[in-house]
Design a protein around this ligand. Structure first.
Ligand SMILES: [Zn+2]
Ligand SMILES: [Zn+2]
Length: 181
């Protein structure tokens, strides 16, 4: 479903995915490598997505290689909170108002900040998508569709998980996946 599974079409991460796993592009985020870095410290880096799907679209990654949200445990919650904090910090830098950082999907309130879940991710180095509304099109938005959970689940079936959902799932001691969790 997601174009992230077809790297040729994904300008954002395609260059990276085409390395076929020999080199992890997000382990070597640097200006010399063509990344537009907007924020950085010893442990994390934030840069512009090369093919923005929304009015603002950035990625925040831990510098340490972590494959994806599927590998996360409860002990990673603090790291996720840090990613979220940096995400809002870079949106602050761009003076993005709060109402453009929130949206409602079928009456479910969430933020346009989250992760793709393998196999729907082209770069298997954990990266938080940080976006501000509006999306450029409905099709672009579908790639970041957030699925509300029910019957005690935090998340329904879906290829994208919002940051707050991710934290709640891990805090319950569960793991994140495409199926409801
Ligand atoms: Zn990596
Ligand atoms: Zn992604």
């Amino acid at each position: 479903m997601s174009s992230e599974t077809t790297p040729q079409k994904d300008v954002t991460e395609g260059q990276l995915a085409s390395s076929q796993g020999h080199i992890c592009p997000f382990c070597t985020v640097a200006r010399e490598n063509g990344f537009n870095i907007v924020w950085e410290d010893n442990d994390f880096v934030a840069f512009e997505d090369r093919d923005p799907a929304a009015a603002h679209h950035l990625l925040v990654t831990p510098k340490r290689h972590l494959s994806s949200v599927k590998s996360l445990r409860r002990s990673d919650v603090d790291m996720l909170r840090k990613l979220e904090e940096i995400g809002h910090l870079v949106l602050d830098q761009r003076n993005v108002p709060t109402h453009l950082r929130r949206h409602v999907i079928f009456a479910y309130r969430c933020t346009p900040l989250g992760f793709h879940i393998p196999p729907f991710s082209s770069v298997n180095h954990l990266h938080l998508h940080v976006q501000a509304l509006p999306y450029k099109s409905v099709t672009r938005r579908m790639k970041y569709f957030i699925s509300n959970g029910c019957f005690g689940k935090e998340k329904g079936f879906g290829w994208f998980v919002e940051i707050e959902q991710s934290i709640r799932i891990l805090e319950k001691g569960c793991r994140i996946g495409v199926l409801p969790c």
